[in-house]
Ligand binder design. Structure first.
Ligand code: ADP
Ligand code: TPP
Ligand code: MG
Length: 301
């Protein structure tokens, strides 16, 4: 089995980028100094980066195609949370030289497949040797003019909603297989139901206070109302994280209309509380990369 330290960088990159769709609007894709892209006339760009690190976001034994899928879908979930349409990505891989070449070819095959599925072009990237494997994705999306939703627009009295169900993402491996809520996010932005929106990556317990703070509000939730995956406690639904569901706020006078018009029959829509003037009781925090962190290697084994 060939390892990375038995192939030349150029040959590796050529082999990897073979699997990538260039995407619509790509004048020049992977292979030159830069990619050249042509956005739709008059659209705004949304731009996001996210990384995943072996032992922190996934395990060495996870299937490379699923790891690739997660690397892309995390960014897609952020684009969804703005109501954006994903267009182009750059992908950087860091790898120990001992990894089999086969690992990264399987990763790129998966990457190409996921990109294709979401209509995304992968237009370049970078490789480097490193002690720990990691993947970084930078993604550009487009917004139809003036239809986007930030974390900042919520007002006291707005009702808080989530899509889907929460909790148990790592244990169930949903953290590798979730579907980003792109259609839902675009619809909420286009119909102007959401006053504020974000995706839940660190857990409701960390992400709701972020949305409330940026909207200059407090929050109040009804813990029993939280939609939970089977077997999950309320605590898990709040703290586990990596749900990649949408968290958004809706003015009270539009709640009935939202319920009536919600076209995504397979995506549960649940009201979990409201924004308030100040927070009476805080919910427990979710994931944090640094605060009280354990060495990832320990957690993973
Ligand atoms: N190293 C950094 N340099 C600059 N901005 C950062 C950095 N890390 C995070 N941010 C910014 O802080 C905000 C919150 O980041 P994060 O919690 O990672 O968001 P998300 O959950 O959407 O990935 C984002 O706007 C992000 O761009
Ligand atoms: C090996 C492993 N350990 C722990 C987790 C759980 N986990 C890792 S990162 C994370 C939170 C989200 O990641 P982050 O990088 O903070 O995403 P962002 O908020 O930047 O989108 C969680 C719950 C995991 N997925 N894999
Ligand atoms: Mg981040």
């Amino acid at each position: 089995m060939k390892r990375l330290d038995q192939v030349r960088e150029d040959d590796l990159v050529r082999e990897l980028i073979r699997h990538l769709p260039a995407g619509a609007g790509t004048l020049l894709g992977a292979g030159d100094d830069c990619a050249i892209l042509k956005p739709k006339l008059g659209s705004y760009l949304v731009y996001k980066t996210d990384c995943i690190v072996e032992g922190v976001h996934y395990l060495a034994e996870d299937r490379p195609a699923l790891v690739a899928r997660k690397a892309l879908c995390r960014n897609l979930s952020d684009i969804a949370a703005m109501g954006g349409v994903p267009r182009w990505a750059l992908v950087t891989i860091l790898s120990p030289p001992e990894k089999p070449v086969r690992y990264w070819t399987a990763f790129y095959r998966g990457l190409g497949k996921t990109a294709q599925r979401f209509g995304l072009g992968i237009v370049g990237g970078e490789v480097s040797r490193s002690r720990q494997a990691a993947i970084s994705v930078a993604l550009i999306g487009e917004l139809p003019e003036n239809r986007y939703v930030t974390r900042m627009g919520g007002r006291a009295g707005d009702r808080i909603f989530v899509t889907g169900k929460l909790g148990g993402s790592f244990a169930s491996r949903r953290h590798l297989t979730f579907t980003p809520r792109l259609k839902e996010g675009q619809w909420l932005a286009e119909q102007r139901f959401a006053t504020a929106m974000m995706d839940i990556s660190d857990g409701l317990g960390s992400d709701l206070p972020r949305l409330a703070r940026l909207s200059r509000c407090g929050y109040s939730i009804m813990p029993e109302s939280l939609p939970r995956h089977r077997g999950c406690t309320i605590e898990q639904a709040i703290r586990d994280g990596e749900d990649y569901e949408l968290l958004f706020t809706v003015p009270p006078r539009r709640v009935a209309e939202l319920r009536e018009k919600w076209p995504f029959t397979k995506t549960p829509l649940t009201e979990i509380g409201a924004l308030t003037r100040s927070t009476a009781s805080k919910i427990p925090a979710g994931f944090d990369h640094f605060f009280h962190c354990q060495p990832a290697e320990k957690k993973a084994s």
